[in-house]
Design a protein around this ligand. Structure first.
Ligand SMILES: Nc1ncnc2c1ncn2[C@@H]1O[C@H](COP(=O)(O)OP(=O)(O)OP(=O)(O)O)[C@@H](O)[C@H]1O
Ligand SMILES: [Mg+2]
Length: 252
């Protein structure tokens, strides 16, 4: 499975979901590759020290002689998890690939030679529906949509679903929406409950039963270069992301 974590709304929990789902899969000893496709490089910096000499996904997507395999780094505390890192250079890719006929297929093509080496590939995407996110959706087998339980939660969802439909029409007919997951949930507020109902009406059975609550531990863990499972294994965040990964596995 190649799972793109996508929502063009910013700050909805894409990266938090990508790193912790990837870590949950790897901690079950499933060989997992986390691809950071966001120039902000938040996923990368959660697990790796910044290294200016390290080749990144930008090179793998723009230079013929650099393969994804050459960019991949091993996560110290999780032997089954590897990362294809990003850096701020990835922000140049829109301009770089403009007018190239295969611009939407770069990631799909680059994954060809490495995908057999992994049971799961998880892709973190930036908060846009531009060339980078389209590359992720063309390469993916499934999409997971994190939805922040706040006012305007569903804003932009129409555009995202329309983009997914367009991609299914031609570039990637096999693409499936694996599900939507409610994030940053605060069970004390009426608003969170109302939004849960709204999101349920839109996504129906595609909405994961697991809800990710607001948790200080989840917010802190990246600063210590850890997933929630090593940073705070007994926290609600660890429990919920473990449950989510079980649900993901049951859907594929
Ligand atoms: N369940 C949670 N509880 C508390 N804080 C959270 C939770 N999920 C995410 N956060 C925090 O909210 C902020 C946004 O989350 P995150 O970076 O995962 O979103 P994103 O969708 O990847 O953002 P961007 O669109 O900028 O890439 C971060 O500071 C993160 O630590
Ligand atoms: Mg992010």
């Amino acid at each position: 499975m190649i799972l793109a974590i996508t929502n063009q709304k910013g700050g909805v929990g894409k990266t938090t979901t990508a790193i912790n789902v990837a870590a949950a899969l790897a901690s079950k000893n499933l060989k997992t590759l986390l691809i950071d496709l966001d120039p902000q490089a938040n996923s990368t910096l959660t697990f790796l020290e910044p290294d200016p000499l390290q080749a990144t996904i930008y090179q793998a997507l723009t230079e013929d002689d650099v393969s994804i395999a050459e960019t991949v780094a091993q996560v110290e505390k999780l032997p089954a998890l590897e990362i294809a890192p990003s850096s701020i250079h990835l922000a140049k890719i829109e301009a770089k690939l403009l007018g190239e006929i295969d611009s939407y297929y770069r990631l799909k093509d680059a994954l060809e030679e490495v995908r057999a080496g992994y049971e799961y590939i998880v892709i973190d995407t930036p908060p846009t529906l531009g060339i980078i996110t389209v590359n992720a959706l063309v390469a993916a087998t499934h999409v997971l949509i994190p939805i922040q339980s706040s006012y305007f939660a569903l804003e932009g969802t129409d555009d995202l679903l329309e983009t997914i439909d367009k991609i299914k029409l031609r570039a990637n007919p096999e693409l499936q929406i694996l599900g939507a997951v409610l994030t940053l949930y605060d069970k004390r507020t009426k608003l969170s409950k109302d939004i849960h109902q709204q999101v349920k009406r839109v996504f129906g059975r595609k909405l994961f039963k697991t809800v990710i609550s607001k948790s200080v531990r989840l917010e802190e863990s990246p600063a210590y270069r850890e997933s929630i499972f090593t940073f705070s294994p007994r926290s609600s965040g660890a429990f919920e992301y473990y449950k989510l990964s079980e649900e993901i596995l049951s859907r594929v």
